[in-house]
Design a protein around this ligand. Structure first.
Ligand code: ARG
Length: 296
């Protein structure tokens, strides 16, 4: 693999050797009971067969890849009858040891709410019970000091005020308009925080412009002028549904254009194929919930 030291003017001219991997602690859930028994997003088709052992194998590769790069993985026990529990990003949203629980818009997943909150409580997080409907880190992303929050399909706009109150941070509301990209984490990938004059304030991000309405595209353009704009073809294979440690960006091997864009900017794409889990409408990020702060 060749890593080019291409100087990129607008995003800090970082090269692969300069980008620094930051330690991450993630919550994952083995897809032991994974299947598609209901349809709550356009990717899910009950009539198409799923292969749970393939899902387990692919998921294990993601798990092993994170570990091999020095990250820490916590596991929540899968529960029979909750096939989407593998998508732990929807389990909550956590900053500084404070975990806001999830309140699903879809009845099929409401059984996951309590188990996730119980897990957070048992692992030393301060749990905040949610009032408004929102689907955790699927729709809520931390970008530097700001929170980006999606609405339009699953999370409610009302939840954005609650999120701002709970975490005492600015929340930028973004309107999702393409049903294929029904969660914010299918349309935006936060790559790394950027140090500003007052500490970490901004972030480098990548996004899929077509997933948003004009007003939200305008907001993204203004706030993130240097962002990577990802092509529709890469979005369509869930290329943006990726995790990043600031250097290694875990992406679908099918997102070849995005791969090249990342390399140009000095990131190190790491390919993990979760094609089986795409039958449920999820990818790498969906299977990854970041645990920020809290006791170890
Ligand atoms: N089948 C799941 C659902 O529709 C997929 C969740 C994907 N998760 C995510 N963070 N985008 O709820």
């Amino acid at each position: 693999m060749s890593l080019q030291n291409t100087a990129v003017p607008s995003t800090g001219a970082a090269t692969a050797s300069e980008r620094v991997a930051q330690h991450r602690r993630y919550l994952m859930c083995r897809p032991q009971y994974f299947t598609v028994s209901y349809e709550i997003n356009p990717w899910m088709h009950k009539a198409e067969p799923t292969d749970t052992s393939n899902a387990l194998r692919q998921w294990q590769t993601l798990y092993d890849t994170y570990l091999s790069l020095g990250h820490e993985i916590e596991l929540i026990d899968p529960i029979e009858g909750l096939p989407d529990m593998v998508y732990t990003a929807n389990g909550g949203f956590i900053i500084d040891g404070k975990a806001l629980g999830v309140r699903f818009s879809v009845g099929e997943r409401r059984g996951e709410e309590r188990p996730f909150m119980d897990w957070f409580a048992a692992h030393g997080f301060e749990v905040v019970e949610p009032v408004a409907v929102q689907e955790g880190e699927g729709d809520i992303l931390l970008a530097g000091s700001t929170i980006l929050a999606g609405y339009g399909f699953r999370s409610s706009l009302e939840s954005h005020r609650e999120i701002a109150d709970v975490f005492g941070r600015e929340v930028v509301s973004l309107h999702l308009v393409n049903p294929d990209f029904y969660h914010l984490d299918t349309a935006i990938s936060v790559l790394d925080p950027v140090e500003g004059s007052g500490g970490v304030d901004k972030a480098n991000i990548a996004y899929l412009p077509g997933a948003f309405d004009d007003a939200s595209r305008g907001i993204l353009q203004e706030r993130f002028p240097d962002a990577i704009r990802v092509a529709d073809a890469d979005g369509a294979v869930f290329g943006l549904n990726s995790a990043s440690d600031g250097r290694n960006v875990f992406i679908s091997p099918r997102a070849t254009g995005y791969d090249a864009q990342l390399r140009e900017r000095g990131y190190h794409p790491v390919h993990v194929d979760l094609s089986e889990l795409l039958h449920g409408g999820g990818g790498i990020k969906c299977c990854t919930l970041e645990l920020r702060g809290g006791q170890r």
